[in-house]
Write a protein of this length. Structure first.
Length: 333
């Protein structure tokens, strides 16, 4: 998508201009994975005009292959961002009806080529929220990935401005049969899959670790996931968050394991969940210890939330320095 954000902390009604960049769920993950050193490809549909080309160029700039991007349609989706501060929350306004990707059909994609040699396929709950055509194409992609033995991860990513909980659950629950690694926060599990987060305040992010572990266990048992990762955000204010995650799997994270916690002075939290997904995917591919994989995901996301824009442009060296205790913020000379 095209991202138009007010400069600094200006409000929509006062700003006379917008800062321009590009981003969006799966694109953010692809860019983050490329920065961490993995080969990353983005599957989407983007219009042929100059704004569409600028979006493709942006992906290329950060190392993402455009080999599987279908060119066509009339428009690129847009989202407007007003960055909050202190007790004033950030706000997002979507303008993406009729976007090219919402009309992407399965017959426009060569799934054999897409999944040849691939090891991992990642999607988010935002994609099926774009409409029936996007849902059908996503299901076709997931079936093809399963047939090719590709590991599949899903970030539930419920967006109330795109669909209702009832519509989300009717769509998302059947798609979980194709998912190996489920990524969510406490609100996503309730609204996307109907799994209640008891004794958890989703507004403040106050944490009851016992109940988060119960949610992860319930999800794992119901959908037979290989792993469930839940991000834990403590919203002290719009400017300061506590950040960590919990994961349950059949390996080192059994029983559920909680990562290190970071106290973040936020610069831009948009894309924070996507950078966590990317770091976790990287860790699960490259590390044998799944606890360490979770730590990589949390550290990558903590760093991203200090960077303006949707993409996490941190190297794996920087991420591992934080994982291994180098998070003082001192100048590196």
């Amino acid at each position: 998508m095209l991202r138009l954000s007010t400069p600094g902390f200006e409000r929509f009604v006062q700003s006379k201009q917008f800062d321009v960049t590009f981003g969006g769920g799966e694109a953010n993950v692809a860019a983050s994975l490329a920065q961490l050193g993995l080969d990353a490809y983005f599957l989407s549909k983007i219009p042929k005009h100059e704004v569409g080309q600028a979006a493709v160029n942006h992906l290329r700039r950060f190392g993402v292959s455009d080999r599987f991007i279908v060119r066509g349609g009339e428009r690129l989706g847009i989202y407007f961002l007003e960055t909050g501060a202190s007790q004033r929350p950030s706000k997002v306004i979507y303008d993406r009806a009729g976007s090219s990707v919402s009309g992407l059909r399965a017959d426009e994609i060569d799934f054999d080529a897409v999944f040849e040699g691939a090891t991992w396929f990642h999607w988010t709950g935002i994609t099926p929220a774009l409409g029936p055509t996007a849902r059908e194409t996503l299901r076709a992609a997931l079936k093809a990935a399963r047939e090719q033995g590709v590991t599949v991860s899903c970030d539930l990513n419920f967006r109330k401005k795109l669909w209702s909980p009832e519509e989300a659950q009717a769509t998302m629950r059947p798609l979980m049969e194709f998912v190996d690694v489920c990524i969510a926060n406490e609100e996503d599990t309730q609204l996307s899959l109907g799994v209640e987060a008891h004794d958890v305040d989703v507004e403040t992010g106050s944490l009851s670790l016992e109940h988060y572990a119960e949610i992860a266990q319930a999800l794992k048992e119901q959908y037979e996931f290989k792993a469930v990762a839940i991000t834990l955000r403590e919203s002290i204010s719009a400017s300061r968050n506590g950040w960590s995650a919990m994961m349950l799997d059949d390996r080192e994270c059994s029983p559920a394991y909680r990562s290190s916690q970071y106290d973040i002075q936020l610069v831009d939290r948009v894309g924070g969940g996507d950078s966590f997904a990317a770091g976790l995917i990287y860790g699960l591919i490259r590390e044998t210890d799944t606890r360490r994989a979770l730590e990589i995901g949390v550290a990558a996301s903590a760093l991203k939330q200090t960077i303006p824009g949707d993409f996490n442009i941190c190297s794996i060296t920087e991420v591992m320095a934080l994982v291994d205790g180098g998070g003082s913020g001192r100048i590196q000379r």
